[in-house]
Write a protein that binds this ligand. Structure first.
Ligand code: SF4
Length: 487
């Protein structure tokens, strides 16, 4: 049996996940498109980060070929001071591949490249495992560092790789993990060879695990994990082994929202607070402008005045309605060139939104923040864009505050749950069915990794998707009028 760095990190999260990976590989799902897109970002960042160490010598071995990679690393380390993608392995089966290995006096520094813009806790575990492997393989380690994207960097002109990255020395935090790593490695090496699957109870964070489809197969579509806070759901499941809301005593629900959600689920009824809906509807000023943005967040800034992971809006949809339930006008903007979309988008937005009437969005924080960013970027449009923010009304509020709640929402106020709860319109089967899809596909276009044909199809899919987002808000407005008994 072997223990790689990713095995170790998985084992730290859940020992059962590690056991399943080693013994039931066939139930591990394929990577989805979102995960593959994340890998792609990681690879692009790695390629750029290596420019930090231009003298680095690549250890040319396949990732799976740990045996040859380790031999090659040993040979190269005797002649060179900087190695890229260096291998180490131990007789007990532990192995890893560090991004950059740098000679420091009579020892070595380990440098891990990360595409995030700050140091996360699990990077310390990651480096602690690598330090354990390298040291026991005969490479004394002096410093451990994380080379990550620098969120303070703002691009102007050509990409400045030196400024794009920040290097954090995390040696002290890694040293504190020394005895822990030794203990966990021992445990994981013996655990993964056990004949029986470990018994680990389901918990709130299981839904992020690749084995959730297996461990959570008996969890109903709406369960205590949706209704309760994580600690309460875990405590209830641990003591009862049930995640069924029908088994949940009333006292576990401590907020008004939980009580409403539970009551609606158990009695299959819709909760309506007519006066609150009316009050919210009365705050609207016609004509209404239903607005939704799509954005892209390139890890490596593509345009001037952007930083790693800046949100760059590239599309909006705007449905305009002059009277309640009245005719709709539709305006849309989609930047179809590989250039900065923001100026053209901001101009189209100002033109499209007119001067008066409520601007209806779903989750105002997102659109308002994008508008503030656009206003700061284009001083000549600033007053007009900020005036749009003054007119924003958030349609999330009546659903999040439970003025209207259907048990089909599964305790969520996301439009992806609210819409099918109150209408036949759904995102199922659409080529682009959520903001993450839109973002990843548009980024692939910007990076030039799509054919012309693929881009053409994607533009059509994006227009359909974003248009549906604002049309969904129109339908939900009709729903709110209906439940408030206003014709
Ligand atoms: S779904 Fe939960 S219990 Fe099952 S392997 Fe994953 S984390 Fe562990």
């Amino acid at each position: 049996m072997y223990l790689s760095k990713s095995d170790y990190l998985m084992g730290l999260d859940c020992i059962k996940a590690l056991w399943l990976k080693k013994n039931r590989k066939e139930i591990m799902p394929e990577y989805d498109e979102a995960t593959l897109a994340t890998f792609d970002i990681g690879n692009r960042v790695q390629d750029l980060a290596r420019d930090f160490y231009p003298s680095g010598i690549m250890v040319e071995a396949e990732t799976w070929d740990v045996e040859n990679g380790s031999i090659l690393t040993k040979e190269l380390s005797e002649k060179h001071d900087v190695l890229l993608e260096a291998f180490a392995k131990l007789p007990n089966g532990c192995f890893c591949r560090i991004d950059i290995l740098v000679k420091n006096g009579d020892a070595w520094d380990l440098i891990e490249i990360k595409s995030a813009s700050s140091v996360k806790d699990y990077y310390i575990d990651d480096l602690a495992f690598q330090k354990y492997v390298f040291e026991n393989a005969g490479y004394p380690v002096k410093r451990c560092k994380v080379l990550h994207l620098n969120s303070d960097y703002v691009r102007y002109g050509a990409l400045d790789v030196k400024q794009l990255f920040a290097e954090d020395d995390v040696t002290d935090a890694v040293l504190q993990k020394k005895s822990e790593v030794e203990m966990y490695v021992k445990g994981m090496l013996s655990y993964q060879t056990m004949p029986e699957e470990p018994e680990i109870p389901l918990h709130s964070s299981c839904s992020d695990c690749p084995f959730y489809g297996y461990c959570g197969k008996d969890v109903p579509p709406y369960s205590i994990f949706d209704l309760l806070r994580a600690d309460k759901a875990d405590a209830f499941f641990n003591s009862t082994h049930s995640c069924d809301i029908k088994d949940l005593p009333l006292e576990y629900c401590t907020t008004d929202k939980q009580l409403i959600d539970r009551d609606c689920f158990l009695n299959d009824k819709i909760h309506v607070e007519k006066e609150n809906i009316k009050e919210w509807l009365n705050s609207l000023e016609y004509p209404l402008y239903y607005l939704d943005y799509e954005t892209v967040m390139p890890a490596i800034p593509l345009f001037d005045n952007t930083s790693p992971y800046s949100q760059v809006p590239f599309q909006f949809s705007l449905h305009i309605q002059k009277t309640p339930g009245g005719e709709l006008e539709h305006i849309e903007f989609l930047h179809q060139e590989r250039s900065d979309p923001r100026r053209a988008l901001a101009e189209a937005l100002v033109k499209g939104c007119g001067k008066k009437g409520s601007v209806v969005v779903y989750n105002q924080q997102f659109e308002k923040t994008r508008n503030k960013e656009l206003a700061a970027l284009f001083p000549d449009l600033s007053a007009d864009i900020l005036a749009i923010n003054e007119r924003v009304v958030d349609q999330l509020i009546p659903f999040r505050n439970r003025y209207l709640y259907s048990p089909k929402q599964n305790s969520s106020a996301s439009i992806k749950y609210v819409l099918p709860a109150f209408s036949d319109l759904s995102y199922k089967g659409m080529n682009i069915a959520n903001g993450g899809d839109a973002m990843n596909k548009y980024l692939a276009f910007l990076n030039g990794s799509q054919s012309e044909e693929e881009s053409k199809q994607m533009f059509a899919d994006l227009l359909k998707y974003c248009g549906q987002d604002t049309y969904a808000m129109v339908l939900l407005m009709d729903v709110l009028y209906k439940y408030a008994d206003i014709k």
